[in-house]
Write a protein that binds this ligand. Structure first.
Ligand code: M5T
Ligand code: MG
Length: 609
């Protein structure tokens, strides 16, 4: 498994100013494509040269060829010249387009891959804060804007520079005064573009933010569709979506209006320039300073020079969208990856499984500790049960073990080594978790069970694991057995079935430390009994953390910890805790009474047990 950042890294120095960062960032993204990019620009240059040459051919044709007595001999040569130049211009332009597409698509391809990989290496804390919709938006729409940036704007800069230089140089050879007259539009265009640049970037940023919000709304609505239906909140959700969508419309409109406010301004300036240029040049023809052929060549070249200037303005404005998307993408790229293989120790064998917590304090958000002063000790192979009301910190305790989060104060040691000193990847391979909310991928059941085992697994092993988790018979009732697709396009599993598939997955992983977070919460008492045997077998020989609400599930543990508001309020074995009285005994008595009454009731109604 490759856990290190790929060769291409987009990371950069935070001390830089925004402009520097953008420049460096874009430059880095071009890594590996710079030659292609230069090629694309060079071909453009060639294409521009041939385009320019055809205007000189016009001049020659009008001023000289037409005067020649053997015109019929010259004509085919000139015609061939035009065709040849056009062909060359087209060919080079095509080649340039090809290289441009290769560059832009290549950069986007790599960036998308990088972001996907980067995001899965970010910390839990980051994922807790960042909305999924926002992440998706940045990986898709913003990356696409950057692709456009490279295919249109980045290449556009080179294109404009070349067109301008080539045609301006050509103009200078025709008439210096006319050449200088043709570029007086540059300052007003640049000033107008810079003014619009700021406004358009703000508008684009606002638009993208709203778009992300809409994605989040949509994504949440889809994954929470059951809740929406169960509470009959369709109208509310529709209104919310329509509100967000209307806002997106407004922001999109503002963005487009700004764009469309900019175009006419530059078009008017450039139009005036063209008319003025033609007019002055016509005067020069009339007083004999230049020939008609020169006039025609000038007219063509002037268009070739005005177009880049006009496009420069558009480009500057469009670049603003690329910049905003770049900033949004780099906000993610800037996040530190969670180092997976770094560690003071680099253990190779398996853990023994001795776990010691000493005065551990932990918080998700600063100044709101969820675990306070937690201390306990588990010997290898022992089972600890964590009990306590909801929100008391049980899941938080166990999520510290695989280093999903880092604890603040105190010390956690496994086999005598501080947890922080272990590489995360090692811990995560040694620790198996059946999460409170099991998650299955939309892949086959077999793939879900063998997920993350890290070796070839035989069918028999998969079946044995599924049997032990009491889910084999269920799987066999599905049309394709172990090859049945889960979710989306396949069968939907019940909560308890999912939990048992995850249990089978954990069984196969054969971890040294096992964490069962409410692993039997979604199965009925009868099934729980049938998996209890499997669980007991699973727990044998490994250190196990079992979180459960039913005392029956945990009464055989070597150590029972009772949590309340982030503290351990009681500890001991089942017998010790019963003798102590307090919360544990109260809960135990309550649960036994309920079960007894239920049994009596069922017996009186005569339901088969
Ligand atoms: C303990 C808070 C939560 C609660 C406390 C997972 C998580 C929890 N919390 C956060 O602030 N951020 C988080 O990402 O921490 O939560 P827990 O450890 O999940 O409690 P539990 O496992 O004992 O509860 P339950 O319901 O699973 O039995 O205040 O708000
Ligand atoms: Mg929990």
């Amino acid at each position: 498994m490759n856990s290190n950042p790929p060769a291409q890294s987009y990371n950069y120095d935070l001390k830089q100013t925004l402009a520097e960062r953008r420049l460096v960032g874009f430059w880095r993204m071009l890594t590996g494509f710079r030659l292609l990019y230069v090629g694309a620009v060079a071909f453009l240059g060639a294409s521009a040269l041939f385009g320019m040459a055809s205007f000189f051919l016009i001049r020659y044709f009008v001023d000289e060829a037409l005067q020649k007595p053997d015109l019929h001999n010259v004509l085919p040569v000139v015609a061939l010249g035009f065709v040849g130049l056009a062909l060359l211009q087209g060919t080079f332009s095509f080649l340039s387009g090809r290289l441009t597409a290769q560059t832009a698509e290549g950069i986007a391809l790599r960036l998308r891959n990088y972001m996907f990989d980067h995001i899965q290496h970010l910390t839990f804390a980051y994922h807790d804060k960042m909305q999924t919709g926002e992440l998706i938006q940045r990986c898709t729409s913003d990356v696409d804007t950057m692709r456009r940036f490279f295919s249109e704007q980045a290449i556009g800069v080179g294109r404009i520079a070349i067109l301008f230089t080539v045609n301006f140089a050509a103009l200078l050879t025709l008439h210096v005064g006319l050449a200088l007259l043709s570029v007086i539009v540059i300052p007003p265009i640049v000033i107008a573009s810079l003014y619009f640049f700021r406004r358009v970037s703000k508008a684009w940023e606002a638009y993208q933010e709203q778009d992300a919000k809409l994605s989040t709304t949509l994504q949440e609505n889809l994954s929470g569709v059951r809740v929406v239906k169960a509470f009959a909140r369709q109208d509310y959700e529709r209104n919310k979506f329509e509100g967000d969508n209307a806002e997106k419309f407004q922001r999109g409109k503002r963005f487009m209006m700004m764009h469309s406010g900019f175009w006419p301004i530059t078009d008017i300036i450039c139009g005036a320039q063209i008319i003025g240029g033609y007019f002055v040049a016509a005067l020069l023809v009339m007083d004999g300073t230049i020939t008609v052929g020169t006039y025609l060549a000038y007219a063509g070249l002037l268009m070739n020079i005005i177009n880049p200037i006009r496009n420069l303005g558009r480009l500057i404005v469009q670049m603003s969208t690329g910049m905003v998307s770049f900033d949004r993408v780099s906000e993610i790229i800037r996040q530190e990856r969670e180092p997976l293989t770094e560690g003071v120790v680099q253990p190779t064998g398996s853990l023994r499984g001795e776990v010691v917590f000493e005065n551990v304090t932990f918080e998700y958000e600063p100044d709101t500790p969820v675990l306070k002063d937690i201390s306990f000790r588990v010997e290898p192979g022992q089972t600890v049960a964590l009990l306590g009301s909801t929100g008391s910190g049980k899941t938080s305790v166990v999520s510290l073990l695989p280093r999903f989060y880092d604890y603040k104060d105190g010390s956690i040691r496994i086999d005598g080594v501080e947890l922080r000193d272990y590489p995360r990847q090692y811990l995560r391979r040694q620790i198996g978790i059946v999460e409170q909310e099991p998650f299955l991928f939309s892949r086959t059941i077999r793939e879900n069970i063998t997920y993350g085992v890290g070796r070839e697994v035989s069918d028999d092993e998969v079946i044995a694991a599924a049997r032990a988790a009491a889910v084999h018979d269920v799987i066999m009732t599905f049309p394709d057995g172990y090859n049945t697709l889960v979710g989306e396009r396949g069968v939907t599993l019940s909560g308890g079935q999912k939990q048992r598939v995850v249990l089978a997955r954990t069984l196969l992983k054969d971890p040294r430390i096992l964490i069962l977070d409410d692993a039997t919460s979604s199965v009925d008492a009868e099934t729980e009994d049938s998996i209890r045997g499997a669980l007991l077998r699973l727990m044998q020989g490994r250190t196990s953390f079992v979180i459960a609400h039913r005392i029956q599930t945990v009464m055989h543990a070597d150590l029972i910890l009772v949590f309340d508001k982030g503290h351990i309020i009681q500890r001991g074995t089942h017998a010790e805790l019963l003798a102590q009285g307090g919360m544990y005994r109260r809960v135990y008595e309550l649960q036994s009474r309920i079960e007894d009454e239920l049994e009596k009731e069922i017996a009186s109604v005569g339901l088969p047990l």
